[in-house]
Design a protein around this ligand. Structure first.
Ligand SMILES: Cc1cc2nc3c(=O)[nH]c(=O)nc-3n(C[C@H](O)[C@H](O)[C@H](O)COP(=O)(O)O)c2cc1C
Length: 430
């Protein structure tokens, strides 16, 4: 049926966003955060400390995996179809009962305070306004309760790292349930930190400065355990340098309460020490998953899966979803790009659980290509952190709107009016 004045389809988020920008330009207003990824990263860099920028931008080793993620996307080519009435496009999806206005969520990203002081709360507000689920990081800069409060009943998941302290795992899970999170994402690829050359050269790890440990310092189990660390903690050894005093001052500020009290009590230093002792468990194995399965009714997704056999094992161990991820190239240098392994993983899972993908998603075409290969949705990582650095909450919102718009137009121009129209024959391997 042809379009008439009385039956005008809504423009959709893509055309809305284009017109927002172009009409703004005609009035002399330009996008506050650049639309191009390269310019956006450059603007963010200007707003961040060298250490903060290196921490976000960097990857493991020679950063081959970061480049490989992009190369793997670029090896898939979209094959647009014509004359298919794409005047109304439906971009929303539901994954494990959680609604997504467009098929992407915000990846869990730790230490957002290095991008902007609004950190997790600013991101949460932007995500909620756009109907895009936010995955709270285990290494957040703000306690999950505070972040959750900023989003009303908008969708959110919680990402957990399995520490050496099972009671802490239980406590984090039950707090996330109370915060309205509708799924748990267990990240498996960071049982140890990757060999990150940029951070090593700057001798900088944010957690040791008390940054990105807010989920711990707000946790009753962690606080109880601190007393033990305080009893055992030896006084700091070595020469007191100006830098050491600065670090202690930062630490004291990162912990709830007044800086002076925290300095005197040793609590802040003990919190970091305790965090270092407990944050990761390299011994984790498949049998441990039963512990988590028994402690929550929420769906559990395993993040960091790159092999079809691991995906199959995840489903067999009662897991509800998979996130194909190499942590944005931050863990194993020389690893496979996620888009190269997605088809094999989708086949191994065989429709028994949704498969999501992250690492290298930069455009609407990337979202489209991942969905064409069988992903239910994707995760957006570094781009929203650059938006946060460049423009706070508004910056994140613009980055989200741009990706939503870009995806909507790509989908329509490829001849797909619904997500179900995007299929394996929408792409070919270059
Ligand atoms: C600065 C930074 C911090 C991150 N922190 C976490 C985290 O706390 N938990 C987690 O599961 N993944 C974390 N990730 C990985 C992201 O969730 C995601 O897998 C990755 O950013 C995807 O790659 P991309 O940003 O290049 O697209 C982090 C990534 C970055 C860049």
């Amino acid at each position: 049926m042809s379009e008439t004045r009385t039956d005008r389809p809504p423009p959709g988020i893509g055309r809305e966003r284009q017109f927002e920008v172009y009409v703004g330009g005609a009035r002399g207003a330009y996008p506050r955060v650049p639309v191009s990824y390269e310019l956006l990263e450059r603007n963010a860099r200007k707003a961040m400390s060298p250490e903060g920028f290196a921490y976000v931008a960097g990857g493991a080793g020679a950063e081959e995996t970061i480049r490989e993620n992009r190369a793997a996307f670029e090896r898939w080519r979209i094959v647009p179809r014509m004359l298919r009435d794409v005047s109304r496009r439906e971009t929303s999806v539901e994954v494990l009962g959680t609604p997504f206005s467009s098929p992407f969520a915000l990846c869990p990203i730790g230490v957002l305070e290095m991008a902007h002081r609004g950190s997790d709360v600013a991101v949460a507000r932007a995500a909620a306004a756009e109907g895009i689920p936010m995955i709270f990081s285990n290494q957040a800069s703000r306690p999950m309760e505070e972040t959750a409060r900023a989003m009303g009943d908008a969708p959110r998941w919680f990402q957990i790292y399995w520490s050496t302290h099972d009671e802490l795992v239980e406590s984090l899970v039950s707090r996330s349930e109370a915060c309205g999170c509708s799924a748990i994402v267990l990240t498996l690829d960071t049982t140890m930190l990757g060999w990150r050359i940029r951070d090593l050269d700057l001798a900088y790890l944010p957690f040791l400065r008390g940054k990105g440990i807010a989920q711990y310092t707000s946790d009753p189990v962690f606080i109880d355990a601190l007393q033990e660390t305080l009893r055992e903690a030896p006084p700091p050894a070595g020469r007191i340098t100006l830098a050491a005093i600065g670090t202690l001052w930062d630490l004291a500020g990162a912990f709830p309460g007044s800086r002076l009290t925290n300095l005197r009590s040793g609590l802040a230093r003990a919190a970091v020490q305790r965090f270092v002792q407990t944050y990761s468990r390299p011994s984790l194995s498949w049998d441990d998953l039963a512990f988590l399965r028994e402690r929550t009714r929420l769906p559990i997704l395993l993040k960091g899966i790159l092999h079809p056999e691991d995906a199959r094992a995840a489903v067999e161990h009662g897991m509800d979803g998979i996130v194909v991820s190499n942590h944005g190239g931050r863990q194993v240098d020389g690893a496979v790009g996620t888009m190269d392994v997605l088809p094999g993983i989708v086949e191994a899972v065989g429709g028994r659980a949704p498969v999501l993908l992250d690492s290298g998603v930069r455009s609407g075409a990337d979202v489209f290509r991942a969905l064409a290969l069988g992903a239910s949705a994707v995760g957006l990582g570094r781009p929203y952190v650059w938006g946060l650095a460049a423009g706070g909450e508004d910056g994140v919102r613009e980055v989200i709107r741009n990706l939503r718009g870009d995806f909507d137009l790509t989908m329509g121009l490829a001849g797909c009016a619904t997500i179900a129209d995007i299929g394996r024959d929408s792409v070919q391997h270059a």
